[in-house]
Design a protein around this ligand. Structure first.
Ligand SMILES: [Fe+2]
Ligand SMILES: [Fe+2]
Length: 221
């Protein structure tokens, strides 16, 4: 064995490699494999992801109100945007806010209360459908409630999260949100309206909703 390879072998014995978790703790960054996954998911800050989605949802409300042959498709898109957005906030954002912000428990409880109320209206809107009686009235009711809720999230919760969390943590949360949204249910479900029920039912409801969406789109095209 050459002197160089002896030194390398000795170094491997005497300098145990840090685990990814330990390295992350030491450097204040996220583990390498997490960083790679985050880059693949865009590495975007969670507040930027969710604020952009709030704007998309507002535009989707306007489109879903327009008459014409595209209304069904725009309505389905709105339901999907709302369902996956709120599922990710419930799973990742409010729990982190509860722990990380000094008034987090109160803030998260208020936002969850608003989301529960909104979900009840969303279930009614879903049942009414874009061709049903009273559709525009219900749509407008949900729009007002969701818009107020989104403004409170941005003002009270997101602004504080941006200050309280490190940039890597904000990016990691952004990646977690995107991953959850890739599998979340795509429509409101009456009985999945609290954190425990959402966690239990999401792995089942997500694929079922997505299969139903695929069938519906295949029939429509
Ligand atoms: Fe929300
Ligand atoms: Fe939101």
């Amino acid at each position: 064995m050459s002197a160089l390879s002896k030194a390398a072998a000795l170094s491997a014995v005497t300098k145990p490699r840090l685990t990814a978790k330990a390295a992350a703790k030491t450097t204040g960054t996220v583990p390498a494999w997490t960083a790679k996954a985050m880059r693949r998911l865009g590495g975007e800050n969670v507040v930027d992801v969710l604020t952009r989605q709030h704007r998309q949802i507002k535009r989707a409300f306007v489109k879903a109100a327009l008459p014409g042959p595209r209304r069904r498709r725009d309505f389905d898109r709105l339901m999907r945007l709302l369902a996956v957005h709120e599922a990710a906030e419930e799973a990742h954002v409010h729990p982190v806010a509860r722990r990380a912000l000094h008034n987090g428990r109160l803030l998260a409880a208020r936002r969850r209360g608003e989301e529960k109320e909104a979900k009840k209206l969303l279930v009614e809107l879903w049942r009414t459908g874009p061709d049903g009686k009273g559709y525009l009235r219900r749509l407008n009711e949900v729009r007002r409630m969701v818009t107020r809720h989104a403004a409170r999230e941005e003002r009270e919760e997101f602004a504080q999260l941006r200050k309280a969390l490190t940039v890597p943590r904000l990016r990691m949360l952004g990646a977690e949100v995107k991953l959850t949204q890739a599998y979340a249910p795509t429509r409101p479900h009456r009985w999945a309206n609290n954190e425990a029920a959402n966690k239990l039912t999401a792995p089942f409801l997500g694929p079922v909703d997505r299969t139903l969406d695929a069938i519906r789109h295949a029939r429509a095209s």
